[in-house]
Design a protein around this ligand. Sequence first.
Ligand code: ZN
Length: 344
Amino acid sequence: MKIPERVAWWAGVGAAALAFACAEKKAEPLPMKSTSPAAEETATFGAGCFWCVEAVFEELDGVLSVESGYAGGEVENPTYEQVCSGRTGHAEACRITFDPARIGYEKLLEVFWKTHDPTTLNRQGNDIGTQYRSVIFYHDEGQKVLAEKIKKELDASGAWDAPIVTEIRPFTRFFKAEEYHQDYFRRNPDKAYCRAIIAPKMEKFRKAFRDALKDERPPSKEELKKKLTAEQYYVCVQRGTERPFKNKYWDFKGKGTYACVACGRELFGSDTKFDSGTGWPSFYDVLNSDRVTKTTDRSHGRVRTEVSCSKCGSHLGHVFDDGPEPTRLRYCINSAALEFREKK
Ligand SMILES: [Zn+2]
């Protein structure tokens, strides 16, 4: 069972972080899944209490979802109590779904090794038992090679005083844990364990990986002025319209998604793009209805429906009801408001 006072697993991370930076310079990136390109990949890690592991990985940009569960054991659909008995062979583990175009497996490994103590066998702080072992369940050969290589480099670098005992083994099955374990930290910030143990860890993690975190704060006008080109600023912030046929994406046919150029929120998919003959990129749907805001625009003596990014408020274009099936909508969007992201 969980006991309230547990020793932080952050000990030694300062030294480890420095050593890791050196190791990184030597590392050559390996191609991931070069034979079966995918928009999503999965990583499965065990690093002690899954509440902490889940809280950490959920904050990384490019991580699409994290689930807490059990892996590596013999028993089907185990309960938390069974796993805590240490007799199921399972480890508390997190299944991480990520977009490899935005965050690499190598980065996930770096976070994994820097946010727990990989030198204590079957133990993280006061959590003792095989269910708390440090383990990487690899999903393909690329993950295996990368994990073994970095483990070797970390050991050689002397980042920790003792050898790394992280197990690296093939993924077999993952059993999602009971609902009350999911998003535990986010849903129970006031529980004693969360305040005493997870919150301080998260603070250190956020400092160490500042550049890799999801950015939930929309950019300010000043930031946009620096970040955007004059034309992008004119369209997004001053709500202007670019010239038809003389813009980047009006007849572009790449496969992928179109994100807001100002804040990065993904808005449209290439599968809903069609040739409207207007000279502007046109889509018959948005990725998710909550990605855009629609307002009435009475400028230029006409009544139109303006479309803006719902995260940062940037002007995108307008939507009309003369589009093709199945929505009959035509989102007429400025190229200057978009950033294309290829899906390989
Ligand atoms: Zn935006």
